[in-house]
Design a protein around this ligand. Sequence first.
Ligand code: C5P
Length: 233
Amino acid sequence: MAKYSDKKELLRKVIVALDVDSKQRALDLGQALAGSGCWVKVGLELYALTGLSLIEEFKQMGFKIFLDLKLHDIPNTVERTLKLLVRSGVDMVNVHCSGGYEMLARAAEVCHQAEKTIIGVTVLTSLGSEDLITIGMDGNAEQQALRLAKLAQKAGLDGVVASAQEAPILRQECGPDFLLVTPGIRPAWSAKDDQVRVLTPRKALDAGSSYLVVGRPITMAANPREALENLWD
Ligand code: C5P
């Protein structure tokens, strides 16, 4: 942790998941967190509610924005959709690695032309070994995550979303510059909610995470700004 001694630098590695069902609530959270250095993540729920309009409002508040739509379709559809999404103020977008090499390569090209970061979803952490077998995989989530991360890297993506518990092997195999964006983060003082395999922010960074995705410990706190600033306690 020595290299992250500066708190501001730590906050730039936090992506706050704005999983809320009201535009006003999202804006209130934005106002509470503005100026801290953290990113915000707009996921499917908020996108369904507000489209890209909120993206511009967060941009004006000074946030970097991760648009987490996890695109998964044929290469042509993903490419054309990304061409539209990257016109907005987003900084980072994502696709499912299991869309295959051509989809990933075309997605990477569109995003890099627009100077946006693109990452791939490996294996959803909601899927256990038995779930993986039911969808035709061999049940080893770590091996599957590694296989997909390598494919994403070969296709030119900047990194992947993965469990922080997979971060050490992915960091080792994909090198120091490959982004590892990890959800399932819980500071010692917070409830686990429905996350099972959790790591504290410090442990996740030590495991090799580049960005920590944190939702409810911040968004459900009585004082979200204080919760953000206290993640490292
Ligand atoms: O509230 P919490 O910190 O659990 O939120 C985690 C965020 O990360 C949510 O937006 C969730 O959808 C997302 N996520 C996850 N596990 C994954 C991928 C994304 O928890 N494997």
